[in-house]
Each structure stands twice: as structure tokens, then as C-alpha cells.
Design a binder for this molecule. Structure first.
Ligand code: AMP
Ligand code: MG
Length: 419
């Protein structure tokens, strides 16, 4: 028998970060950057207005007040995106919108609220009238050099490194890449995980359930868990325990998988054709682990030649066992393939007010509810079919191999499952 740690080490030895590829920005969301990114140009790329207002020469506004406004001629209108800019001379101004380039001659922007908006009333305005060239605007306050101008390069200067390799690409990092004009980016791709559940008793959820049948739930749990871990997951639900059918499905899926995860058929049941099929590829090992639940596990590679091909983890069929096995072994493998720094779930110490029992020689994982403040309660019982309790749990309480009983109030290790 293998310990949990030995099996995990064996699994992780077969995992490596996937080779980097160039992806469109939105395809790269959630991936880790595989290059240092440097800005080619300045950001902003040109001096532009941070307000709607009037581009002015500062000397023209010296001493301006409500009583003695500076009266300036409006020589034109500059919208965001404007390319042709009027030159602002003494006594002149140009109406300018937020984000529009500051025209030559202008040294500052007087926000519309500091002007009468070209209304001729001399009253502070909250919006600008449509300026016809030759109209006047009254500026009611002096404007200092550079006021309300966002300077070229004030955000990022050309040549600066803006993101480092290994950064997780979320919304704001993708926005930055777009802002510096990048359409694609080099990242570690998400591993493509095929999730396949086996069992002749399985039907699709929503379909009629005949005698002895149950809806396939594992493929949903495992596909969702693979996605939560950062993978692109494909669900192949309910493959019957039929060697020819299972082999056919595997052959179809091999080409699109970086990792295959199956559930069911790995214990010692008489109809476990699953093991027979995987073993026929020559590279999959079936073993028993010193853990509860999740004792039977298969691991290896399947492909055209033994020892090559796609890594495969064959998890037990009991829903709680398969999910816990996923968390302990598959998730770290996915995180490793992603190149993520945090491969493992966080573990915290917590006090458990309930008494716990555990079989000798096995590491037990009980479903628990952690309160976020040092206290954990077991949820439901030990049965590995208890999906109701599993859905209430947010952590796993660990009881080590050499411990068979823990009195109420003991401190335990708790694996946190929340993303
Ligand atoms: P197995 O490991 O195939 O012997 O299955 C163990 C138990 O888990 C049996 O009670 C199965 O019916 C159940 N089981 C197996 N696969 C699934 C699945 N995909 N969804 C729900 N229950 C399953
Ligand atoms: Mg089965």
C-alpha cells in the first residue's frame, strides 16, 4: 500500500508546466504570464485633457475672477480622437473634451465649471454649449500651468517593464496589455482535462432513472472542480462498463487531453472492466492508498505506446471518494501544469469540539465546516456516498495515519476547499 504523500509525489513527478503559447488577450484570462512585458510607447501616448473644458494659455487667465473674467475667443472644438489641432494663440481658447489631445499653444485646461461655458452670462456653467468658432468664453478663475492635463508618459514610460513572467492575468492585467497595444500574450495555457465517469448504472441527470440506475453526479463535480482549479475541462459523462465502448471513448478523447480523469471501476468489483481497459495500455498502475475514503486509485499514462501519452488518474466511483481524491491529487497536478505557485490547498490548524475516530494505518479525511476563526465541525458521517453532507462542507478534517481516536477539543489539520 502507498501513503497519501507517496502517491502525491508520484503523481506530481509526472506533471510539469505546459509549454508556453501565444494567446489572444481574453483567451489568456486566468493564465500565468510566460514573458516579461515591456511597453513600447508612452502611456498616455500624448498630453490630453482630464476634463471637459477649454484649453487655454495660463497668462490669459491670470487674475480671472467672477467679477473680472478673462474673455477668450473660442477658435475650435477638440473631441477625443481628434488629429487636426488648432493652434491656441494669445486671447484664444479651444473647447476640449476629456481624453482629447491638448492643442499646441495651450498650457492648461480650464474645466467647464470654471467658465461660463460660452453662454455669455458670466455664470459658472455645468456644461458647454456647442461652440461656433469666434464665440467667446468667460474664464472665472486663473489656471496654472499643466492643470487638468494628463501628461504623455505619466502612467508608463516607453521601455518600462509593466508585467513580470508568472503574473496571473486577471481583468486589470489584460486591460493593461490592451492599453499598451498588445493583441496577444505569451502564457502557460490552461491544461485541457477530460473528465469521464464510468458505470453502467449511470444516467444523465434529468433523464428517466430506471431500476438500479442513478444520475451521474461525479462527472459534474469533477468537471466543475477541474475548472475551479484553472483547467479547461470537458465532461464525458456515463460511459458504460463495456470494454469496447470505454476504449472507443478514450481513443476519441486522447487527442484533446493534457490530463484524463476518470471515476469508477477501480475497486475489486467483478465488472471492473475499467481497470482491464486502462491496463491494456500498459502504463497505468492500480494501487491501494493508506487513506479513507479513496483507497483504490489508478495512475499512469495512456497513449499509443506504453510509457508515453496522456497522464491519467483513475479515481474511485464513490462520490465523496472521487471528490476528495481530486482535491488531493488531481488539483495539485492541474496547478503544476498551469505553472501556478500555489499548488496545494491551504492547511490550517483548528479546534474540533467533536470526538473523532479513524481507522489505524489510514489517513482519514472527514468533511467539515470551518468557521474561519480556528474552529471546525464535522459535517455528516463517514460514508463515502454522502453527497448531501459533502455539499455543506467547506474543508476536510485530517486525522493522521497513526491516530485512531481524538478526544473532543483536539487540534486538527484542516484542508480549506474554498476558492
Ligand atoms: P465503483 O467505484 O465504480 O465501484 O462505484 C462505487 C460507487 O459509486 C457505486 O455505488 C457507484 O454507483 C457510485 N458511482 C460510481 N460512479 C458514479 C458517478 N459518476 N456518479 C454517482 N455515483 C457514482
Ligand atoms: Mg462502477
Amino acid at each position: 500500500m502507498w501513503t497519501v504523500d507517496e502517491h502525491l509525489a508520484d503523481v506530481l513527478a509526472a506533471a510539469a508546466p505546459l509549454p508556453a503559447i501565444e494567446l489572444q488577450l481574453l483567451e489568456a484570462q486566468g493564465c500565468l504570464l510566460a514573458e516579461d512585458v515591456t511597453a513600447d510607447g508612452d502611456l498616455p501616448p500624448f498630453d490630453n485633457s482630464s476634463m471637459d473644458g477649454y484649453a487655454v494659455r495660463t497668462a490669459d487667465t491670470a487674475g480671472a475672477s467672477d467679477r473680472y473674467p478673462s474673455v477668450l475667443t473660442v477658435i475650435g472644438d477638440i473631441a477625443a480622437g481628434a488629429g487636426d489641432l488648432p493652434k491656441v494663440g494669445p486671447g484664444q481658447s479651444a473647447r476640449i473634451m476629456t481624453g482629447a489631445p491638448v492643442p499646441p499653444g495651450a498650457e492648461a485646461v480650464a474645466p467647464v465649471e470654471w467658465t461660463d461655458g460660452g453662454t455669455g452670462t458670466g455664470e459658472a456653467a455645468d456644461s458647454m454649449g456647442a461652440a461656433a468658432a469666434g464665440e467667446e468664453v468667460r474664464v472665472l478663475r486663473p489656471v496654472t500651468e499643466g492643470a487638468h492635463i494628463r501628461r504623455r508618459g505619466s502612467d508608463i514610460t516607453a521601455g518600462r517593464q509593466v508585467l513580470t513572467a508568472g503574473t496571473l492575468l486577471g481583468p486589470t492585467q489584460l486591460g493593461l496589455l490592451a492599453a499598451i497595444g498588445r493583441a496577444t500574450v505569451k502564457v502557460r495555457p490552461r491544461p485541457r482535462v477530460v473528465v469521464l465517469s464510468t458505470g453502467s448504472e449511470l444516467v444523465q441527470p434529468g433523464e428517466p432513472v430506471g431500476p438500479g440506475q442513478i444520475p451521474d453526479s461525479n462527472s459534474f463535480t469533477l468537471t466543475a472542480a477541474a475548472r475551479a482549479a484553472g483547467a479547461i475541462a470537458y465532461r464525458v459523462g456515463g460511459v458504460p462498463d463495456d470494454a469496447a465502448v470505454l476504449r472507443g471513448v478514450l481513443e476519441d478523447q486522447l487527442g484533446r487531453a493534457d490530463l484524463i480523469v476518470t471515476s469508477g471501476g477501480v475497486s475489486v468489483g467483478a465488472y471492473d472492466v475499467v481497470k482491464e481497459v486502462f491496463e491494456s495500455y500498459g502504463g497505468v498502475d492500480f494501487r491501494r492508498l493508506r487513506m479513507q475514503p479513496g483507497k483504490p486509485q489508478g495512475f499512469g499514462r495512456i497513449g499509443s505506446r506504453a510509457g508515453t501519452g496522456v497522464p491519467l488518474l483513475a479515481l474511485p466511483g464513490n462520490p465523496v471518494s472521487s471528490y476528495i481524491s481530486f482535491e488531493l491529487f488531481v488539483r495539485p497536478m492541474i496547478r503544476t501544469m498551469l505553472g501556478a505557485p500555489d499548488v496545494h490547498r491551504p492547511v490550517v490548524r483548528a479546534v474540533c469540539p467533536a470526538e473523532l475516530r479513524s481507522p489505524a494505518g489510514r489517513r482519514q479525511f472527514l468533511r467539515g465546516h470551518y468557521d474561519g476563526a480556528g474552529r471546525v465541525e464535522p459535517v455528516g458521517g463517514e460514508g463515502s456516498h454522502l453527497v448531501g453532507a459533502l455539499a455543506m462542507a467547506n474543508c476536510l478534517i485530517t486525522v493522521p495515519e497513526n491516530v485512531t481516536a481524538l478526544p473532543a477539543g483536539s487540534e486538527v489539520d484542516v484542508v480549506l476547499l474554498t476558492d
